[in-house]
Design a protein around this ligand. Structure first.
Ligand SMILES: Nc1nc(=O)c2c([nH]1)NC[C@@H]1CN(c3ccc(C(=O)N[C@@H](CCC(=O)O)C(=O)O)cc3)C=[N+]21
Length: 301
């Protein structure tokens, strides 16, 4: 017997975050130049790194390099791992007062026993380019203008870039972190999505995923989301950055979605690397210009 052929799976559109980030960064350089011309002010970002984590040091350098590439100033403060809470607070307060600094980023996680919450609370909300301060989280939750965390903002910009209508769509955010999941849900709500937030205690995660038109995953578990959990044609944004064994004595970076499976089912999907990661840095630079514009009373664009 000749069974009727299965429909050939349509490969997903691959969302090139690296290219989108590069285009935005190029456009940002023009906006920075205009801002400097109008106000005479060079936007400045201060990045604070405590301890000698090698991966963090690489990210901090990358941020500084890109900052300078768009015509902004960047100052790095690398403090020893044994820095005390009082010393770190004193630095944050000095940066709060520094008129050349418009954005402050304290690289997380902080080494023990530093109190992360207390440090983040000390950052001037107007300079909080990470959007982690209670004031900015609260403004976002109320749907008011705020500095928005860079990773979820980058995800939203990728969705906008795709040109898919978001109003009324079912969005599932897997992960409820303060840095990604919660602000992501708030942003999707502002786009008139029907938003569900799933987390480690959620029952029937596969079933929840299958209902989602837009699936955003930020849990830090490599390959958690399988291909047959995905609604055919759904847009999948993979926030995970997990370093795993490559089976050849080295390591590679994978996301939270089983990419090879998902790429046959999804309508569009972000790769890891080259998806959300580069957008995070682009948004950090954009937030820095926005903070400078708000502080200096000039328009950002
Ligand atoms: N206060 C604070 N703010 C942060 O935004 C912050 C932080 N702390 N701590 C660490 C995490 C991590 N993070 C990344 C940013 C960009 C990439 C990125 O560009 N990744 C590339 C390259 C990945 C690679 O090959 O290493 C990609 O996904 O294609 C990754 C990770 C920001 N973080």
């Amino acid at each position: 017997m000749n069974a009727s052929p299965l429909p050939r799976p349509v490969p997903a559109r691959v969302i090139d975050g690296k290219a989108v980030a590069a285009a935005r960064t190029q456009a940002l350089a023009q906006r920075v130049a205009g801002f400097r011309e109008r106000t005479g002010v060079v936007p400045g970002l201060a990045v604070v790194l405590v301890g000698d984590d090698a991966a963090s040091a690489i990210y901090v350098r990358r941020k500084a390099r890109q900052c300078e590439a768009v015509g902004m100033r960047s100052v790095q403060h690398v403090l020893p791992g044994a820095t005390t809470q009082a010393e770190l607070l004193a630095l944050v307060e000095r940066l709060n007062r520094d008129p050349d600094v418009h954005g402050i980023l304290v690289q997380l996680p902080l080494p023990r026993p530093l109190d992360e919450a207390a440090i983040l609370a000390a950052v001037d909300p107007d300079k909080d380019v990470d959007g982690f301060h209670t004031m900015n989280a609260g403004r976002l939750a109320l749907g008011r203008p705020a500095l928005v965390p860079c990773t979820p903002l980058g995800c939203l910009l990728l969705l906008r870039e795709l040109g898919v209508a978001l109003r009324g769509k079912r969005a599932l955010v897997v992960g409820r972190s303060v840095i990604v999941g919660r602000p992501m849900a708030q942003l999707l709500l502002m786009e008139d999505c029907t938003v569900t937030i799933a987390h480690r205690h959620s029952q029937d995660l596969a079933m929840l995923c299958r209902e989602a038109d837009i699936l955003i995953v930020a849990v830090g578990i490599p390959g958690l989301i399988r291909g047959d959990w995905i609604r055919p044609g759904a847009v999948v944004i993979d926030v995970g950055i997990n370093r795993v064994d490559d089976g050849a004595g080295g390591s590679r970076i994978v996301g939270d979605v089983a990419y090879d499976e998902a790429a046959h089912v999804a309508g569009a999907i972000t790769p890891v690397p080259g998806g959300v990661g580069p957008m995070t840095i682009a948004c950090l630079l954009e937030n820095t210009l926005a903070a400078a514009a708000a502080i200096e009373g000039g328009a950002a664009a």
